[in-house]
Design a protein around this ligand. Structure first.
Ligand code: IPM
Ligand code: MN
Length: 369
């Protein structure tokens, strides 16, 4: 029996709806090829609705989304709404309510895509960042005292408990195991590593030299559970050094795991090295619940309605969604087609310079599935 998936669609603001349309077009085409069906329902949560109604997100939004198999999100962010309201009120709220504790952000340079890193090729840039997605500084723990006075104090704390850290690390070890095996060891390993039965690598990215409480906890749990994953080589980098290596030696990385704030920052760096926001996709995952997939680039309001924005990040996030739902072959087909289109068709990944319109790029992906 063919499967049916119920997908909630949140087109959002700015160019979100345009790229979402292309993602859905590809989803429709791939479902026919791989013999599954998709039912979508769209929700107009975003800046325009907020400006009209004053409501950022309906009270029962989380419960509504829990009835779906996955969520496909365009972009949140409106030029007429003060920064923070929509981001916190929609994106972060949903991540927390749906307990999407993993933010998965592949950093992959597709063929033909220009990278600002001189001499780096798709061989060099192909890793995944696992960003913890519901804890850390993002919990909003803190506040002001003596606000508005000269003695004002503001505190915002990095908060993690062991369970949160452990579930994120275990997910990351398992992801590393999934990416490589005996027949396909990660090419960054030495002969000695492989002889010792290591096939993938997990790098913990922290700041144990300064954040001696939070990253001490991460580091201890990392080392405690590593023995459960004997085929994964472990490594550690401080976050500042990680930024250097992501530029200088990206081929050193296979899977990187890090906390929420560091993950936010380093994945924007990673996205630039893979050719920019037009191509970077991400998933907010609850491995036991409802996950949400999104192009990580934002709403790019200045390009709204022009048909010039790159939809490939949205298309790739549909691929990630299918992979998560277990439609691995369909996901691989999308990834292959995206590679073909970047390698053989498009002039650039930047808005207005692709050599094609937004919907023509969607068509190209479909033609080459
Ligand atoms: C991201 C974004 C969000 C974040 C913002 C919009 C709240 O930058 O998804 O990376 O900080 O997580
Ligand atoms: Mn970000």
């Amino acid at each position: 029996m063919s499967k049916n998936y119920k997908i909630a669609v949140l087109p959002g603001d700015g160019t979100g709806p345009e790229v979402v349309d292309e993602g859905l077009k590809v989803l429709d085409a791939i479902s026919k090829k791989f013999n599954f069906t998709v039912e979508t329902e769209s929700f107009d949560w975003g800046g325009d609705r907020y400006l009209k109604t004053g409501i950022v997100l309906p009270e029962d939004a989380g419960d509504t989304l829990k009835k779906f198999d996955a969520v496909f999100l365009g972009a949140i962010g409106h030029p007429d709404v003060k920064p923070g309201i929509l981001e916190k009120g929609i994106l972060l709220k949903l991540r927390f309510e749906l307990d999407q504790y993993i933010n998965l952000r592949p950093v992959k340079l597709y063929p033909g895509v220009p990278t600002p890193l001189a001499d780096k090729t798709p061989e060099d840039i192909d890793y995944v960042v696992v960003r913890e997605n519901t804890g850390g500084i993002y919990t909003g723990t803190g506040g002001f005292s003596m606000k508005g006075t000269a003695d004002e104090v503001a505190v915002q704390s990095m908060v993690y408990n062991r369970k949160q850290v452990e579930r994120c690390l275990r997910y990351s070890f398992e992801l590393a195991q999934k990416r490589h095996n005996k027949d396909n060891p990660w090419r960054g390993l030495s002969e000695k590593d492989i002889a010792a039965g290591k096939y993938s690598q997990l790098t913990l990215c922290g700041k144990t030299n300064v954040l001696t409480f939070v990253f001490d906890l991460w580091d201890r749990v990392f080392n405690e559970i590593a023995s459960d994953y004997p085929d994964v080589k472990t490594d550690y980098v401080h976050v500042d050094a990680a930024c250097m290596y992501m530029v200088k030696s990206p081929h050193w990385f296979d899977v990187i795991v890090t906390g929420n704030m560091f993950g936010d920052i380093i994945t924007d760096l990673g996205a630039m090295t893979q050719g920019g926001m037009g191509i970077a996709a991400g998933g907010n995952l609850n491995p036991n619940g409802v996950s949400m997939f999104e192009p990580i680039g934002g709403s790019a309001p200045k390009y709204t309605g022009q048909g010039v924005i790159n939809p490939l990040a949205a298309v790739s996030s549909v691929g990630m969604m299918l992979d998560f739902l277990g439609e691995t072959e369909a996901a691989n087909a999308i990834e292959k087609s995206v590679s073909f289109v970047t390698g053989n068709k498009m002039k650039s990944m930047s808005a207005g310079q692709m050599g094609y319109s937004t919907s023509e790029v969607g068509d190209l992906v479909i033609e080459n599935l």
